[in-house]
Ligand binder design. Structure first.
Ligand SMILES: Cc1cc2nc3c(=O)[nH]c(=O)nc-3n(C[C@H](O)[C@H](O)[C@H](O)COP(=O)(O)OP(=O)(O)OC[C@H]3O[C@@H](n4cnc5c(N)ncnc54)[C@H](O)[C@@H]3O)c2cc1C
Length: 359
C-alpha cells in the first residue's frame, strides 16, 4: 500500500483523507492548527459543496448550517434579489473544518494536528517538518490552500486581498439575512454577508491592494464603504476593526503540471473568484477525485489527473473571473445591475454556471 501524506486539513485535504481511508488506506493528514481557525472565507456552501460533504458522510445541517435559498446583490444605488437554483447554506469554517478532520480520523486516517510542513522536494517526495525532521512518501497531496509551500509554490502574482470578521448576532442582521446571501459590490471589490450556525454573521471582503492602500487601513476602508453604501452601513453597525486577512489571492489560477506522486488539490489546484462562493466545493471535489485517481492508478496517476482537473475547472473559474472583473469596475457593474434588474433569472443562471461539475 503506497505511503501517502496529505499536507493541509482544510476541505481539500480532509476530503482526500476520508476517501483514501474509507477505501482501506492509512493516509497521514498533517494540519498546522490544533483547532480550526475562523479563516478568511465567506462560509457559503453551494449545493455542490453540500452534496460533496454528504458523500463524505458529513451532514452540514447536523452541524447547524443555515439554509440559504436567495441572494441579494447591492450597489450604492441599486439592490436586486433572486432565487438560487438550489438550497445553499451558511456555516463557519471553524465548525466545518473541525468536523471534516474528525471524520477523516474516524475513517482511519492518521491525523497530526499542530504540525507544520516547511518544504517539499517534489522529485523525491520528501517533506521537511517544522522540527527539522524529513519524511519521504510514495504520494503527497498538496492541500495547503491559500498558503504557499516551499518547493511547490504557485507561480502567480495577484493584488487581491481577502478579509474576514464576525458580526455579533442582532435582530437587524437576522431579519436582513435569514435565508439570504448578500453581496455588496463596490469599486475594486465586494463584501459578502451571511448568517452562521450561532446566529452571528460572517462578513468577508475581497478588495484590491490599491483600493486598500488608498484607504490607508482596513478600518478606514470600512468607513469609506459605510459612506458609499447606505445598505452596507446598516449591516456594519457592530463591525469591529479586527479582521483576518490573506494577501495575494491568485483568482483564476489553475495548476497545469505536477510531478508523479504529487496531487495538488483545492486552492492548490484551482482558485475560483470568491464572489462565486464555490471554492469549498472545488476543494471537496478535487480532494475526492484525486484520491480516487490514486486508488485506481497509484501515485503515477497524478500528472494525468491534474491535467483532467484543470480542464474540469475551466468553465466555472472562467465565468467567475468574468463576473469578478465585471463587478469591480463602475461601468460594467452598472450594466450588470441593469441587466439583472430586468432579468433576475440571469443571476440564478450565473450562480448555476459557476458550480463545479462533480464526477
Ligand atoms: C475573501 C474570500 C472569501 C471566500 N468565500 C468563500 C465562500 O463563501 N464559499 C466558498 O466555497 N469558498 C469561498 N472562498 C474560497 C475558499 O475559502 C477556498 O477555496 C477553500 O478554503 C479552499 O480549501 P482548501 O482545503 O484548498 O484550503 P484551505 O481552506 O486554505 O485549507 C488549507 C489548510 O492547510 C493548512 N496548512 C497550510 N499550510 C500548511 C503547512 N505548511 N503544513 C500543514 N498544514 C498547512 C491550513 O492551516 C489549512 O487548514 C473564499 C475565499 C476568499 C479569499
Amino acid at each position: 500500500m503506497p505511503e501517502t501524506l496529505i499536507i493541509g486539513g482544510g476541505p481539500a485535504g480532509s476530503a482526500a483523507a476520508i476517501t483514501l481511508a474509507q477505501a482501506g488506506m492509512r493516509p497521514q493528514l498533517i494540519e498546522r492548527h490544533r483547532t480550526a481557525p475562523a479563516g478568511v472565507c465567506g462560509g457559503f456552501l453551494g449545493w455542490d459543496a453540500i452534496a460533496g460533504l454528504e458523500e463524505l458522510g458529513v451532514d452540514p445541517w447536523k452541524l447547524g448550517a443555515r439554509p440559504i435559498t436567495r441572494f441579494r446583490l447591492a450597489t450604492a444605488k441599486r439592490c436586486i434579489e433572486a432565487s438560487l437554483p438550489a438550497t445553499a447554506a451558511g456555516i463557519s469554517r471553524r465548525t466545518l473544518d473541525d468536523a471534516l478532520i474528525e471524520a477523516a480520523g474516524h475513517a482511519g486516517a492518521l491525523v497530526s494536528r499542530g504540525r507544520t510542513v516547511r518544504a517539499i522536494d517534489p522529485d523525491t517526495r520528501t517533506v521537511r517538518f517544522d522540527n527539522g525532521q524529513d519524511s519521504a512518501a510514495d504520494a503527497v497531496f498538496i492541500s495547503v490552500g491559500k498558503h504557499e509551500l516551499r518547493g511547490v509554490g504557485r507561480d502567480f502574482s495577484s493584488s487581491s486581498i481577502g478579509l474576514r470578521t464576525t458580526l455579533p448576532p442582532s435582530h437587524i442582521l437576522h431579519d436582513a439575512l435569514e435565508g439570504m446571501v448578500e453581496l455588496h459590490l463596490f469599486d475594486r471589490g465586494y463584501a459578502g454577508l451571511l448568517l452562521q450556525e450561532d446566529g452571528s454573521a460572517n462578513l468577508c471582503l475581497s478588495v484590491s491592494r490599491e483600493r486598500l492602500t488608498e484607504a490607508g487601513s482596513v478600518p478606514a476602508l470600512i468607513d469609506q464603504l459605510r459612506q458609499e453604501a447606505p445598505l452596507l452601513k446598516a449591516r456594519l453597525q457592530g463591525a469591529s476593526s479586527r479582521f483576518d486577512a490573506v494577501a495575494g489571492v491568485p483568482y483564476g489560477w489553475r495548476a497545469s503540471v505536477t510531478h508523479k506522486g504529487i496531487f495538488r488539490t483545492g486552492d492548490q489546484s484551482a482558485v475560483i473568484a470568491s464572489l462565486a462562493g464555490d471554492g469549498i466545493a472545488i476543494a471537496l471535489a478535487s480532494g475526492t477525485s484525486a484520491a480516487r485517481a490514486m486508488l485506481t492508478g497509484g501515485p503515477d496517476a497524478a500528472p494525468a489527473w491534474q491535467r483532467a482537473w484543470r480542464r474540469q475547472c475551466g468553465m466555472p473559474v472562467g465565468i467567475a473571473e468574468a463576473l469578478r472583473h465585471g463587478a469591480a469596475a463602475p461601468l460594467s457593474r452598472s450594466l450588470l445591475m441593469t441587466v439583472l434588474k430586468c432579468a433576475p433569472a440571469l443571476g440564478t443562471g450565473a450562480a448555476a454556471f459557476t458550480r463545479i461539475r462533480r464526477v
